[in-house]
Design a protein around this ligand. Structure first.
Ligand code: WA2
Length: 278
């Protein structure tokens, strides 16, 4: 059919897709800024006061009451750095012991205990000490004991910036991404050496992004939501990982809007299609 109409349709798809991508990116950015502020709050009222002025109960209440500031997150959690030498005393103080997140892939058999022993104890841990109520279940779990969380924590404390995981299955079974900010004993200068940053790190604040549920809510607020199909991918690696949406097949018109979630080592894309043929 007429090429003018096709061109119009293409433009309209592009503008709807770009609008959605921009909106998602803005909400992500707002959430990210508030997580950074929460990291500063924990530093100020937990680490810099003796005794600490934050308990799990006050943290959970504050996180809940300020949740509107982090529109794409379904929760926040704070993990503290504990060296192996400090472990016993830390566990006695907390009244619980540090737990590993996942039993290893082939965890059914008795072989695992042996593997753990060969590896020996970790030289440091990152147990969660505070969490928003929806994620209370992660308290006491060592966030360095799961591959995705571990990589994020290490990148966060080396960079001093907010860093993002790929989408992965959380302990609660849902798909999510975690945004982490490191907390430092004293704020390293902007040009601090990597080793100085790592040494100064004392904890890690994570925001949990429940992409499926929250992107859906966001897109439903937009007019014309019925008319286009939206998919969001983490395209950092060769194989894109779906973060939102399902049926991204079919021929026909398609638009790709880039998304910037502020972590330069990750790439994201939004793909849009019309639901109906013209
Ligand atoms: N929080 C909640 N559920 C999870 C999870 C997590 N990580 N990992 C797997 N399931 C305290 O980056 C520091 C939170 C990690 C932050």
């Amino acid at each position: 059919f007429d090429s003018g109409a096709v061109e119009k349709r293409r433009e309209s798809l592009a503008s709807m897709c770009d609008e959605r991508a921009r909106m998602l990116q803005d909400q992500f950015n707002v959430s990210m800024n508030h997580l950074q502020a929460l990291a500063i709050l924990v530093n100020t009222f937990h680490h810099s006061l003796n005794p600490s002025a934050i308990t799990q109960a006050t943290f959970a209440r504050y996180a809940e009451r300020t949740a509107f500031e982090r529109p794409l997150t379904s929760g926040v959690a704070y993990a503290v750095r504990v060296t192996h030498a400090e472990r016993d005393q830390f566990e006695r103080q907390q009244g619980w012991s540090i737990k590993k997140m996942y039993s290893s892939p082939n965890s059914q058999g008795p072989g695992d205990a042996a593997v753990a022993e060969i590896r020996g104890p970790a030289d440091e841990y990152a147990p969660v000490i505070f969490a928003q109520d929806a994620y209370k279940n992660v308290i006491s779990f060592d966030m360095l004991s799961g591959a995705d969380d571990r990589e994020n924590i290490i990148r966060a404390r080396e960079s001093g910036k907010g860093v993002l995981t790929a989408p992965f299955q959380l302990l609660n079974g849902r798909l999510g991404v975690i945004l982490t900010y490191s907390v430092y004993k004293s704020e390293p200068p902007a040009d601090a050496r990597l080793q100085e940053r790592v040494q100064a790190a004392i904890g890690y604040l994570g925001g949990i992004f429940d992409i499926e549920a929250l992107v859906d809510k966001l897109l439903h607020q937009l007019a014309g939501k019925q008319s286009i199909m939206v998919n969001v991918y983490d395209t950092t690696n060769d194989k894109p990982i779906s973060m939102y949406g399902s049926d991204d097949t079919g021929s026909g018109m398609f638009h790709n809007s880039t998304l910037n979630f502020g972590d330069p080592s990750r790439r994201h894309e939004m793909h849009c299609r019309f639901m109906q043929k013209p």
